[in-house]
Design a binder for this molecule. Sequence first.
Ligand code: E4P
Length: 217
Amino acid sequence: MKFFVDTADTDAIRDLEATGLLDGVTTNPSLIHKSGRKFTEVIAEICKIVDGPVSAEVVALDHATMMKEAEILRKIADNVCIKVPLTVDGLKTCKALTGEGTQVNVTLCFSANQALLAAKAGASFISPFVGRHDDNGFDGMKLIEDIRLIYDNYAFATEILVASVRNPIHVLESAKIGADVMTAPPAVILSLFNHVLTDKGIEGFLADWAKTGQTVG
Ligand code: E4P
């Protein structure tokens, strides 16, 4: 499963990139707002840090203006992936852009039928929001299972990008179901390293090492 980080914080992206874990980045208008930086500049900086797809979201709601915004965004770098909402105009834009060889991430997916529409429109990625689904009393991971089944039934090439990931269980379940990608905030990705027995093991080894009175080399 590919790991994308869901942030516009370039320092955090650089730190994660150094671990070799990072396959791409997702942003959204709220994350750009949080960064306090100019949209096109922050996307350009992220594209230099990471080789994989960097999702940059259009904010227009009509197809013609979405295409104009996408034109500006995709010129920033070859690895820009245009993010469009799951609406009629969003999918028109998806079809037009993927037809021209630009990667598209269809976002704000909350049903398996919506995911079916995005795949038929040729989306490179579909982003079902599991955390927000759970928050509203639905089963986010069941949504991923349903989309996996449908995409496998018809051999759709659209990659399932599990979004709105809030905890390590979302990551684990995504991998078990066979999602193609998950995107999570830096803190969630870093939390995957944690295990009390790893900490305890390091503590024990270092205590015994200190008793040897040696230094390495
Ligand atoms: C995905 O591309 C979205 O940016 C993101 O995962 C939304 O997550 P949230 O529901 O925690 O805001």
